[in-house]
Design a protein around this ligand. Structure first.
Ligand SMILES: [Zn+2]
Ligand SMILES: [Zn+2]
Length: 266
């Protein structure tokens, strides 16, 4: 049986133009998912056109409508917090608005020259800035993990690799091993779950966020648990490449959970 897809966006995300919570529930049942978590964007940087945070009241109503309609599917509520440690008051309001079953912590933006810059924009900057930006991205991730912000799952740890410039030597996590190990050690200490994000997971799994190399480090530092997330922004991408991801997670030493909603554990 497939593991639950614990990272899915819907029309309640600012970039969910093709998102559709109801249709996502139908697809989840069609592909045999036991459970799905809708984790819409709760974030307050505005680096993209039209970027805004989830309308959390409307989102919760939609969750309840879907739960009433799709009784054979376990529907988990959630959000994907972007840089929550920069916005503690806003994040607290979202948490107070209703129960959240799965909460993701993500870094999309870092501060460069005082301005927030999304990692998808790094490639537009001079090549010489790229290495320092990656180091800052990982330093920011560590700051979030070491903050008092409540989140359960550390999402797409090396998000920046989706946007790696073709003009640079290929990305190797080994080049940032020390920073990754610091993040993973801090995440292990606070009992965080590491997400395998399968967006762009083609190419034998090397483009999974993170890939097998980092996942093995997670096991080495004593990381307890792993979750699976497609980061789908449209129904047809739900659970994409979960077959490949499951093989990778098992190869790193983690075992399937008896309860499909539970995390895979060491
Ligand atoms: Zn994200
Ligand atoms: Zn996402």
């Amino acid at each position: 049986m497939l593991p639950a897809d614990l990272h899915v966006h819907t029309e309640w995300s600012w970039d969910g133009y093709r998102g559709d919570m109801e249709r996502s529930c139908e697809v989840a049942l069609e592909v045999g998912l036991p459970a799905i978590a809708f984790t819409d964007h709760a974030e307050w940087n505005t680096v993209h056109e039209g970027q805004h945070s989830v309308d959390i009241a409307g989102y919760h109503e939609c969750i309840e409508r879907c739960r009433a309609k799709f009784k054979n599917l376990r529907i988990l509520s959630g959000v994907e917090f972007g840089e929550p440690h920069w916005f503690p008051e806003e994040a607290a309001k979202v948490r107070a608005a209703g129960p959240l079953d799965r909460v993701l912590g993500s870094i999309h933006c870092i501060r460069l020259g005082g301005e927030p810059v999304d990692a998808s924009q790094f490639r537009k900057r001079p090549e010489a800035d790229h290495g320092p930006a990656i180091h800052e991205y990982l330093a920011e991730t560590l700051r979030m993990v070491e903050s008092d912000q409540q989140f359960q799952i550390l999402a797409h740890l090396d998000y920046f690799k989706r946007y790696w410039p073709a003009s640079l030597p290929p990305y190797r996590p080994e080049d940032y091993e020390e920073r990754f190990r610091a993040i993973l050690t801090a995440a292990q200490k606070r009992g965080t779950v590491l997400e395998i994000n399968t967006t762009r997971g083609e190419d034998g799994g090397r483009r999974m966020c993170p890939d097998l190399t980092v996942l093995k480090w997670w096991h080495e530092v004593g990381g307890e648990a792993v979750s699976f997330g497609s980061d789908a922004h449209e129904p047809d991408k739900i659970a994409a490449r979960f077959d490949l991801a499951q093989e990778m997670v098992e190869a790193a030493g983690f075992k399937p959970a008896p309860d499909p909603v539970a995390f895979w554990r060491r």
